[in-house]
Design a protein around this ligand. Structure first.
Ligand code: ZN
Length: 127
């Protein structure tokens, strides 16, 4: 195991996260348990690398993530990616677009359906 990651990090972990730009399966995936295995709080950070578009990361706290962020490395600084000629610094998920009452429902935070990028939205883009 790579020495730069701690005991709460799982490398080559399975994650519902895919590249938000090309929807490719991510490589070098990493899941860090922040809530801890015994804690009631489900709190994880998921990271992974697209060979073409670089590193992406998201935080999962009891619910599916609202956004997926491009980063320069796992647990590193945010960066921007250019998609169709526009700079983007976060990708809103399908979960974020659900009505608030549906977001209160108890769902599996790792359900891949909620992790898909909502491509109908553009307000998170930087112009
Ligand atoms: Zn990609």
């Amino acid at each position: 195991m790579d020495g730069k990651f701690g005991s709460r990090d799982r490398v080559q972990a399975s994650t519902p996260m895919r590249c938000p730009v090309c929807d490719r399966e991510l490589e070098d995936t990493l899941v860090r348990d922040i809530g801890g295995v015994t804690a009631n709080l489900f709190w994880q950070v998921h990271a992974g690398r697209c060979p073409e578009h670089g590193w992406f990361q998201t935080e999962v706290i009891s619910r599916p993530p609202r956004e997926i962020f491009p980063v320069n490395k796992p647990f590193g600084a945010a960066r921007r990616v250019v998609v169709d000629g526009r700079e983007v610094f976060s990708f809103p998920t399908v979960w974020d677009s659900l009505p608030r009452e549906q977001q209160r429902a108890r769902v599996d935070p790792l359900d891949a359906r909620y992790w898909q990028i909502d491509r109908s939205r553009g307000e998170h883009e930087v112009y």
